[in-house]
Write a new protein. Structure first.
Ligand SMILES: [Zn+2]
Ligand SMILES: [Zn+2]
Length: 433
């Protein structure tokens, strides 16, 4: 017996699956057409109570010749329905109950396991492999995300300094090693003595130090973008941490070096924004980076234009208002990093697989760890934020290069220029150790 055999039957009210489904309740009082008891829905093609449903199933599964002890015309009621099986069965058949709609024991078991699987999909749990993927990403993120900015060394606002000669990021032994391993990203890395500078004296929310005041008086002669050296250092610092994050992931290190470079170049702006968003205060519109605070105006004074900054600001509000947990931010970074469609990527398939693994882990994480009301649409909203950032990627590159043109001697570290450069390093021979 199969459903296909029944395709011509009037099945408008019922189906083989109905036997195991919850009964719908539209508030209307339903009456069993066999005995008049309260009905629970359509069973085997007729509105019946649970008692008559069970009776019909038993009668069909173990056929017995019933015999009416009276005249064969008993009126079946809720109270007498057990007294004459013959008339009860006759009534069942007369109202159209169909033996063909009874599922075999095998079909019932199959149906039950389908329902169990459906519930698993609705209430998913992270698999041990997914937990491991997430744990590794979070650990690597925490090692490479300096939320206190205690390792951030930057230039004071002094236009006479040559940016090429002062930058050095070797704040800790670990980052020095990782940077050397990634120095194929920046062949022209400067390695001179670090400039020490007190963090607390370099807030950009209105305070000006002596250098800056002096500088504004003759800005026409020397410089246009007052916060540029600092913003450039901040960007370099973020880039180095993001390189360390990527390099800390075995799945990333296992990729071809040319693909590693293409992925980092493609995702760098987005990953920086994700990291900055974790420090964004929606109430004040200020990024709180340890002892340093930044507002959008600092980017304006570094030479960036509203054409980029307005949508970027809106983006930071949108993403921050999703109130993501750290793990969700980290997975978001990884989805951005493992984007197979970045320019220059060669091994699309491998990277696509990595991205899918992380994206599914994020979805299952949200479905399993978030309470129902906030879970609604959170995953698609995160994906929408990733898409939104992509639209700004190109404009960022354009503006960095414009700023570099206006102020070539005093702006971005070669590392930044390398990240935004159009020419793909993928064409040069690999120098990975
Ligand atoms: Zn009944
Ligand atoms: Zn009878």
């Amino acid at each position: 017996m199969s459903k296909e055999n029944l395709s011509d039957w009037p099945l408008s009210h019922t189906s083989a699956e109905e036997e195991e489904e919850e009964e719908e309740d539209d508030g209307e009082l339903k009456v069993c057409q066999v005995c008049g008891d309260r009905a629970t829905g359509y069973h085997f093609n007729a509105m019946t109570c649970e008692g008559c449903k069970g009776f019909f199933r038993r009668a069909m599964k173990h056929p017995t010749k019933f015999c009416c002890p009276w005249q064969g015309v008993c009126v079946i009621t809720k109270n007498n329905r057990r007294q004459c099986q013959a008339c009860r069965l006759r009534k069942c058949q007369s109202i159209g109950m169909m033996k063909e709609l009874i599922m075999t024991d095998e079909a019932v078991e199959k149906r039950r396991s389908q329902i169990r699987r459906k519930r698993m999909v609705e209430e998913p749990l992270l698999s041990p492999q997914q937990e491991a993927v997430i744990q590794e990403l979070v650990n690597t993120h925490e090692k490479t995300f300096d939320i206190t900015f205690s390792h951030f060394q930057f230039r004071p606002i002094d236009r006479d300094l040559n940016p090429m000669s002062v930058w050095n990021q070797t704040a800790s032994g670990q980052s020095a090693t990782l940077t050397r391993r990634m120095d194929n990203l920046s062949s022209s890395y400067s390695t001179s003595t670090p400039t020490s500078f007190s963090s607390s004296s370099c807030s950009f929310e209105g305070e000006e130090n002596e250098n800056e005041k002096e500088d504004r008086s003759d800005r026409g002669k020397k410089t246009v973008f007052t916060t540029l050296p600092h913003v450039a250092d901040l960007t370099t610092y973020m880039i180095q941490n993001i390189i360390n994050f990527a390099k800390g992931l075995p799945s990333f290190r296992a990729l071809a070096i040319d693909d590693q470079i293409s992925l980092l170049k493609g995702a760098m702006f987005e990953m920086m924004q994700i990291r900055f968003n974790m420090m964004f205060n929606v109430k004040t519109g200020i990024w709180e980076c340890g002892p340093l605070t930044y507002c959008m105006d600092d980017a304006v004074r570094a030479g960036f234009q509203r054409h980029l900054l307005d949508p970027l600001m809106r983006f930071h509000y949108t993403l921050r208002n999703l109130q993501l947990q750290e793990v969700e931010y980290v997975l978001m970074q990884a989805i951005s990093l493992f984007s197979p469609d970045r320019p220059g990527v060669i091994h699309h398939g491998v990277i696509d697989g990595l991205q899918e693994k992380v994206a599914i882990a994020l979805k299952v994480h949200i479905d399993s760890k978030r309470a129902k009301p906030e879970k609604h649409l959170l995953y698609p909203k995160i994906l929408a934020c990733l898409t939104e950032m992509r639209t700004m990627n190109e404009e960022y590159t354009k503006q960095v290069l414009q700023i570099q043109d206006i102020q070539p001697g005093n702006s971005f570290d070669p590392l930044i220029l390398e990240v935004v450069s159009k020419d793909s390093r993928a064409r040069t021979p690999s120098r990975d150790a």
